[in-house]
Design a protein around this ligand. Sequence first.
Ligand code: 5GP
Length: 117
Amino acid sequence: MSEPTLFERIISREIPADILHEDDLSIAFNDINPQAPHHILVIPKKVIPRIGEAHDDDRKTLGHLLLVARKLAQDLGFSSTDQGFRLVINNGNDGGESVPHLHVHLLAGRQLKWPPG
Ligand code: 5GP
């Protein structure tokens, strides 16, 4: 058996996190190093290391992560065109991934720049 990922240890409550949402497929919690006034990670409970390793049968889980992120953004008041938000998935080293457990970053609460660094 491989070691549990950092995020599996958050799911199991071994590592504390500020959890904002949980359901049978996903969990969402505040990022420990926020890059915006709101910076939330939405992750699947099933370990998918990264989007590049997702399978066709992960379709439901992947769609679910986006809809959870949308709901969290709406609940925080970021539902208008003006008060927008950004969803980010980093994949692999060049993509900036540091935790090998798929996660969607939800960033909101400031004007975000494009392109990202
Ligand atoms: P990545 O760089 O893989 O796209 O994003 C990983 C994210 O996980 C980073 O934004 C980082 O701040 C966050 N992170 C790393 N360790 C922890 C932790 O122990 N708790 C929480 N809540 N976030 C973490």
